[in-house]
Design a protein around this ligand. Structure first.
Ligand code: MCA
Ligand code: AMP
Length: 490
């Protein structure tokens, strides 16, 4: 694993910072060897066993992730804010045999683990240092991440070590990461953006990655003012929230921030469309032109504005080196220049398969091996611009991908709801807001429904607005017309 050889090369450098605590790459190497021994017990190789982990961002997270890899397991990061049923879905779908938790999450999963015969261990446990570690092949699966799609339940995306290395190396080269960089991680660590772009790239480059436990505009600006951090990556909603907070500051504080932000080497935005207004405002307050890029759980990053050349507002840029991109029509034929088409992607960065879903995997690739992203783009003067998605059932809100069908499925279980249609509507802050139109029975109460669905789904997946209808708009085939549902809310 290149990330391990790079850590050995940078052994004395500071890898991780959490508040006043600091760890070197040597600490990470030692910590992950000990924890790998603990995972292995008497085994020589985990042989691709799925190891789920619910660990706070920081040293322990990276230690556990590397330990799973070094012991030959597949890492399955769990979302720290998901309710038990969502965690259970991932644990059951992957058939994870071991669950690793930060001590404070033990109580959430203890009952589940003992009822289901799973080994539950905390990050505090440790094994012996001299246990030999297995040889890890490039083609071995390394990570399973869950992503919502056009099916109602999320699918597990299997990424191999080769996929992850290709994704990281492409970005380290394209964005000129170096061992002198110091980044701040504020993103959740069950998605590619935080795992690969922030932690993976900084670790591969021998840079320093600083962590805060959760998003706080105030805390982020306080750290920026200390002039250590020079690389930052976030979703558009985060830049929007930072701008909103900046607007509440006194002029002197705004000036100090400008002076600190101006010194950054790189600021990147992605995971959802960056509104031109957000990009322009950020440039005014920081003196920085955000670098927007386009990616997906299944492929990592594919298209990026250039590090050195023009960063064009409203565009995601040009394909990264080593990533092939095509725009095609509905028959998967190349479209004429200047027309819109679905983005197809090929390269070592592209995932291996959906976990235990061979049919779904096959459906998402063309017969000659191109991955169908479902995103529609147009190429103008060599730069790609994302114009939409081929499925109205996929919503992107706060940088999270949300399946409208998954929420509808849950809503339909409530006795007050005869039928429903969930859609995303444009919103400056969140990108899209999740809304639901429902055919309701007497007694329907939106606030009770909201509470009810929150107990079953993470808060960000719950509809923010409901519209009570007698009948949903349908086409001649009796199917609900989602675009008409969206119009009802705008
Ligand atoms: C939260 N709230 C929302 C949403 N999310 N309201 C509307 N729409 C939403 N999407 C509400 C909550 O219900 C709550 O309301 C209030 O906002 C605060 O919620 P909280 O979760 O505390 O929000 P936050 O802490 O302010 O977090 C916002 C966030 C977070 C920092 C933007 O959503 C985030 O970290 N997003 C990043 C996701 C990400 O990394 N995606 C990358 C995946 P109330 O108070 O009423 O309860 S995509 C990817 O990896 C690909 C490969 C790529 O291209 O990068
Ligand atoms: P996920 O499956 O959570 O990894 O989300 C991937 C999806 O996010 C892509 O298929 C796009 O729809 C969207 N996305 C990522 N980056 C951008 C961007 N810069 N502009 C528009 N959409 C984006």
């Amino acid at each position: 694993m290149k990330i391990i050889s790079s850590a050995k090369y940078h052994a004395k450098k500071i890898a991780i910072v959490e508040g006043l605590k600091k760890w070197s790459y040597q600490d990470l190497l030692d910590g992950s060897v000990h924890f790998a021994a603990c995972l292995l017990e008497t085994k020589e190789h985990l042989q691709g066993a799925r190891i789920a982990f619910m660990v706070d961002p920081g040293f322990d997270y990276v230690k556990v992730e590397w330990a799973i890899w070094r012991a030959g397991g597949i890492a399955v990061p769990l979302c720290l804010t998901h309710p038990l049923p969502s965690l259970q879905y991932v644990l059951e779908d992957t058939a994870a045999s071991i669950i690793v938790v930060s001590p404070q999450y033990q109580s959430i999963l203890k009952g589940y683990a003992s009822d289901n015969n799973k080994r539950l261990i905390t990050t505090e446990e440790t094994g012996t240092a001299n246990q030999p570690l297995p040889v890890i092949e490039h083609s071995d699966p390394a990570l399973i991440l869950y992503t919502s799609g056009t099916t109602n339940k999320p699918k597990g995306v299997v990424l191999t070590h080769a996929n992850l290395e290709a994704q990281m190396e492409n970005l380290v080269d394209a964005w000129k990461w170096s061992a002198d960089d110091h980044t701040l991680c504020v993103l959740p660590l069950h998605h590619v953006h935080g795992i690969v772009n922030v932690i993976g790239c900084s670790m591969l480059a021998g840079a320093t990655c600083e962590f805060i436990p959760n998003f706080s505009a105030e805390k982020i600006f306080t750290l920026f003012l200390e002039n250590r951090i020079n690389v930052f990556m976030a979703v558009p909603t985060i830049y929007y929230k930072l701008i909103t907070y900046w607007e509440t500051l006194a002029a002197t504080e705004q000036e100090s921030l400008y002076a600190s932000l101006k010194k950054f080497r790189l600021m990147v935005c992605g995971s959802a469309a960056l509104p031109v207004s957000t990009m322009e405002k950020w440039e005014r307050i920081s003196g920085h032109t955000l670098l927007e890029r386009y990616g997906m759980t299944e492929i990592g990053m594919a298209i990026s504005n250039p590090y050195d050349g023009e960063r064009r507002a409203g565009y995601v840029g040009i394909p990264l080196p080593n990533v092939e991109v095509r725009l095609v029509d509905e028959q998967y034929q190349d479209i004429p220049a200047g027309e819109q088409g679905e983005i197809l992607v090929k390269g070592e960065n592209v995932f291996k398969e959906y976990w235990r879903k061979p049919e779904e995997t096959k459906k998402e690739f063309t017969t000659d091996g191109w991955f169908k992203t479902g995103d529609v783009a147009i190429k103008e003067n060599d730069y790609y611009r994302i114009v939409g998605r081929s499925s109205v059932d996929i919503i992107k809100s706060g940088g999270y991908k949300i399946s409208a069908l998954e929420i509808e499925e849950v809503l339909r279980n409530h006795e007050w709801i005869k039928d429903c249609a969930v859609a995303g509507i444009p919103d400056d802050e969140w990108g899209e807001l999740v809304v639901a139109a429902v055919e309701a029975t007497d007694g329907f109460d939106a606030s009770i429904i909201n509470q009810w669905i929150r107990e079953r789904m993470p808060a960000y997946k719950t509809p923010k607005r409901y519209l009570v209808l007698e009948a949903l708009p349908r086409n001649a085939m009796g199917k609900v017309v989602k675009n008409d549902v969206k119009k009802l809310f705008i």
